[in-house]
Design a protein around this ligand. Structure first.
Ligand SMILES: Cc1cc2nc3c(=O)[nH]c(=O)nc-3n(C[C@H](O)[C@H](O)[C@H](O)COP(=O)(O)OP(=O)(O)OC[C@H]3O[C@@H](n4cnc5c(N)ncnc54)[C@H](O)[C@@H]3O)c2cc1C
Length: 294
């Protein structure tokens, strides 16, 4: 449980952090909350030669709406707990409020960051599924350019993202909530503080007649990477949320899942839970879109 030797740097600007990553030539790693990286280092599953600690870089932790951009902007170093407790998030982004409150335990939420969670590319992390449902984007900063990447393009495979070794994930963006929109995150855990057995994020917008005008569904821990349930989304768009339609969308989300049997349960059980949680997430998102229980 002792990590391999490594050098440590604590830059105070994004530019310096990027320069350190570049100098590390792929062997340097960013240290944010450390709640995923340090366990991997202790198990010697990761042995970076340099840790670039970004915790002393000012201006990477914030939650604000940007009407000109039409986006909610969250700094990469924003802790899970700051999202959980944010009055803005609680009032206007129930999908995020649900997910933040269910991440790990208070120690994990106090240290872990949204940026770290997404950069890590772990299919068991909750934020990537939320981003897929909400059509989120990530902003990366490298030596010469800033990139804005759709979450669906960013999340490539298990522990693999579109982030280059000399880039920092600097911001997460989500669309501002439209009229008659709502979201919900449903997570099934073995016990409080654990990763999800499976989780389902849903975000939808209804038109004035109650027809689904837009919908996003993201699955957590239901396959080798976080999954966007595209067939379920396509099926629901343009239809009312009648029980048969909800059931069919849930079945299609289950079809999109590809979980493995492990100590969190058999694959068949997880698939069945994806179906059930998709129904619950859609129905709660719709209730919230119609001004119901937050
Ligand atoms: C007991 C326990 C329970 C947990 N339960 C859950 C859970 O239920 N749900 C959940 O989603 N997560 C859970 N986690 C994980 C937790 O949310 C982590 O905090 C998160 O996955 C990683 O964020 P971090 O800030 O700690 O990143 P770190 O551990 O510091 O970094 C993780 C990886 O991302 C890279 N990285 C970090 N920040 C950046 C950045 N800004 N730019 C580029 N690369 C970056 C690092 O180099 C590293 O490769 C749990 C962790 C523990 C220890």
């Amino acid at each position: 449980m002792i990590p391999a030797a490594f050098a440590y740097a604590a830059p105070t600007s994004v530019a310096d952090a990027v320069a350190l990553l570049r100098a590390g030539g792929g062997e340097a790693k960013v240290l944010a909350g450390g709640h995923s990286l340090l366990p991997l280092m202790k198990l010697r599953l990761a042995s970076p030669t340099v840790l670039v600690d970004i915790n002393r870089i000012p201006g990477l932790s914030y939650i604000r709406e940007d009407p000109a951009l039409g986006r909610l902007r969250i700094g990469a170093l924003t802790r899970h707990v700051e999202i959980e407790r944010s009055p803005l998030i609680r009032a206007r982004y129930p999908l995020l409020a649900d997910a933040a409150a269910g991440i790990g335990d208070p120690q994990v939420r106090n240290r872990g960051t949204m940026g770290g969670s997404i950069a890590h590319g772990d299919p068991a992390s909750d934020w990537p599924a939320v981003l897929l449902a909400a059509d989120g984007e990530v902003v990366t900063t490298g030596a010469s350019e800033e990139r804005v990447i759709a979450a669906s393009d960013f999340l490539i495979d298990t522990f693999t993202t579109a982030l280059a070794p000399d880039e920092l994930l600097t911001e997460v963006r989500l669309p501002l909530p439209a009229e008659r929109s709502g979201g919900s995150y449903q997570k099934l855990e073995r016990k409080v503080g654990d990763y999800a057995i499976v989780g389902v994020a849903a975000q939808l917008r209804l038109d004035e007649q109650g027809i689904v005008a837009a919908v996003g569904i993201g699955l957590c821990n239901a396959g080798p990477t976080s999954i966007k349930a595209v067939a379920a989304e396509d099926f629901l768009r343009g239809k009312p949320l009648a029980p048969d339609n909800v059931s069919e969308a849930a079945r299609l989300a289950m079809e999109a899942s590809n979980p493995v049997t492990d100590d969190r349960g058999p694959a068949e059980y997880k698939r069945a839970m994806v179906k059930e949680l998709t129904k619950r997430a859609l129905l709660q998102a719709a209730a919230r879109a119609q001004g119901g229980a937050r």
